[in-house]
Design a protein around this ligand. Structure first.
Ligand SMILES: Cc1ncc(COP(=O)(O)O)c(C=O)c1O
Length: 443
C-alpha cells in the first residue's frame, strides 16, 4: 500500500503540517477518496477511518446533503464580507447553533462568533475573555491559565495556554501559567470511563491565584476531555471544582470543545456531558463535518452583553477574520446539523459507548500496553516506550495498521481512536482486531 506507486504525485512542494516531511515523502500514505466509514488510498485500497479524519468527520464521509448544500451556496453567493456587512446564511447558522448551544437554553451560551478553525476559535475566546474583563473594569486581568498537556491549536494564544512542550519551546508567548495535567497511570490505569483519582488537581487553580493574584487572571481554559495529548480524562468532580474556584475569583471558564463538540462523548457537547457550564466554548471540526474549514465560539450572554457598551457607532470588539461566517461554510454547517439531528448522531456515541469500552479494554494484556482509556466514542491505548526511542513503537503500530486497512492516530506512544459517529458495532470489532494484531507484532 502506497510506498511510491505509479499514482504518487510530485511530493516536493507541499510543506506538510505536523509531519516528519522527509520520512513521509520517502514512504508516503496518500488518500484519494472517502465514503461512509472508509477512505480509499491512491492505489484503490480501502482504509477504515478510526479517527474521523482528524476528529472531525462525525457523520462519516461523502455526505450528499452537505455536498449539495455547498454546491447550491457556492453558485448563489460564493463569498461576502461580514465586516459592517452581512448575509442571511451566517445569521441563520448562528441562530440554529444558538438553539442547540452547549448546556441547553438555560446556560445562555447563545452568542456565536465565527472563525475559520479551532486555533482561531481559541485565540478568539482568549481575546474575548481579556476584552470582557477590561470592559467590566478589570483591566489588570490579562493572564490566562491553561494546563500541562493541553492542546489549544497553534496560534500564539493557543500555544501559550497549551501544555505540549514541542509546540511551545521555540516561540514567544502571551502571559500564561499552567495547572498540572490529570494523567495518573499509577492510580488510574485501565479505568473504564472517568478516573476516580485526581479531583484535588483542580486546586492548582487556587495555587496559581495565590501565586499571581486573581486580579491578573482573565480566564482559565481547559479541554473538558483532552484529546490531542493522548486522551486525558478529567477525574470525577474535577470540572465542577474548577468552575467553583473560577467563580470565587472572578475568572472566566473556557471549555475548548474543538474535539468534544458535536457528539463525540454521546451528548451534543462535553458541557452537557459533565453538566458544568463555562462562560465560553470553542468549537470547530465537527461543525461542518470537516468539509469546509470553520469554527465558532459560543459566548454567554453575560460576556457578550458586557462588551456591548460604548457608543452605538463604535466597533465593540476589534477582532474578526475574512472568513468569519463564510457563506459556504455556513451552508455546510446547516446541512451538517440537519444530518446530526435526522440521524440522532449527537447522542449516538452514548448508545455505542458500552460496546466501544468493552472492545477497547479487551486489548488489555497485549504486549507493551500500559493503559487503556475511553469515554463516549473516544479511546486511547498507551504503550510503554522503547528504550531511547519515545514514540517509535506507536508509530510502527500506526504504519502497520494503515497497511492492514485501518487509520489510527498516534501521539508519542499513545494510540488515539475516535471513529465517525456512524460506526457500526461490527466495525468496532474490525478496529480492535486490526489494532490487536498490530500490537502483537510490535517489537
Ligand atoms: C482542543 C483543540 N483545540 C484547538 C485545536 C486546533 O484546531 P485547528 O487545527 O482547527 O486549528 C484542536 C485541534 O486538534 C484541538 O483538539
Amino acid at each position: 500500500m502506497n510506498q511510491i506507486s505509479k499514482n504518487t504525485p510530485n511530493l516536493d512542494n507541499f510543506w506538510m503540517p505536523f509531519t516528519a516531511n522527509r520520512q513521509f515523502k520517502a514512504a508516503p500514505r496518500l488518500l484519494a477518496g472517502a465514503e461512509g466509514m472508509y477512505y480509499t488510498d491512491i492505489d484503490g485500497n480501502k482504509v477504515l477511518d478510526g479517527t474521523a479524519g482528524l476528529w472531525c468527520v462525525n457523520a462519516g464521509h461523502g455526505r450528499k446533503k452537505i455536498v449539495q448544500a455547498v454546491e447550491r451556496q457556492l453558485s448563489m453567493l460564493d463569498y461576502a464580507p461580514t465586516f459592517q456587512m452581512g448575509h442571511p446564511v451566517a445569521f441563520d447558522f448562528a441562530t440554529r447553533l444558538a438553539a442547540n448551544a452547549p448546556g441547553g437554553a438555560s446556560a445562555g451560551l447563545d452568542r456565536v462568533f465565527f472563525t475559520g478553525s479551532g486555533s482561531e476559535s481559541v485565540d478568539t475566546a482568549l481575546k474575548i475573555a481579556i476584552a470582557y474583563q477590561r470592559a467590566i473594569g478589570q483591566g489588570t486581568r490579562t493572564r490566562i491559565i491553561g494546563r500541562e498537556k493541553g492542546y489549544h491549536g497553534v496560534g500564539f494564544g493557543g500555544i501559550s495556554v497549551g501544555g505540549l512542550v514541542n509546540n511551545r519551546r521555540v516561540f514567544p508567548q502571551i502571559p500564561a501559567d499552567h495547572m498540572r495535567h490529570t494523567l495518573d497511570l499509577e492510580r488510574n490505569a485501565f479505568t473504564r470511563g472517568l478516573p476516580a483519582h485526581g479531583v484535588e488537581l483542580a486546586e492548582d487553580l487556587e495555587r496559581l491565584v495565590a501565586l499571581h493574584g486573581a486580579e491578573t487572571i482573565a480566564a482559565v481554559i481547559v479541554e473538558p476531555m483532552s484529546g490531542s495529548a493522548g486522551v486525558i480524562l478529567p477525574p470525577k468532580g474535577y470540572l465542577e471544582r474548577l468552575r467553583a474556584i473560577a467563580d470565587k475569583h472572578g475568572i472566566l471558564l473556557i471549555f475548548d470543545e474543538v474535539i468534544t463538540g458535536f457528539g463525540r462523548l454521546g451528548t451534543p457537547f462535553a458541557t452537557d456531558y459533565f453538566g458544568v457550564i463555562p462562560d465560553l466554548v470553542t468549537t470547530a471540526k465537527g461543525i461542518t463535518n470537516g468539509t469546509i474549514p470553520m469554527g465558532a465560539v459560543f459566548a454567554s450572554r453575560k460576556v457578550h452583553d458586557g462588551l456591548m457598551t460604548g457608543p452605538e457607532n463604535a466597533i465593540e470588539l476589534f477582532h474578526g477574520y475574512t472568513y468569519s461566517g463564510h457563506p459556504v461554510a455556513c451552508a455546510a454547517g446547516l446541512a451538517t446539523l440537519d444530518i446530526y439531528e435526522e440521524e440522532g448522531l449527537l447522542t449516538r456515541a452514548s448508545e455505542l459507548a458500552e460496546d466501544w469500552q468493552e472492545a477497547l479494554h479487551s486489548l488489555k494484556g497485549l504486549p507493551h500496553v500500559v493503559d487503556i482509556r475511553n469515554l463516549g466514542l473516544v479511546g486511547a491505548v498507551e504503550l510503554a516506550s522503547r528504550d531511547g526511542a519515545p514514540g517509535a513503537r506507536a508509530y510502527d503500530v500506526f504504519v502497520d495498521c494503515f497497511h492492514k486497512g485501518l487509520l489510527i492516530r498516534v501521539t508519542g506512544d499513545i494510540i488515539a481512536l475516535s471513529p465517525p459517529l456512524v460506526i457500526e458495532k461490527e466495525q468496532i470489532g474490525t478496529i480492535v482486531s486490526i489494532l490487536g494484531d498490530a500490537l502483537k507484532r510490535a517489537a
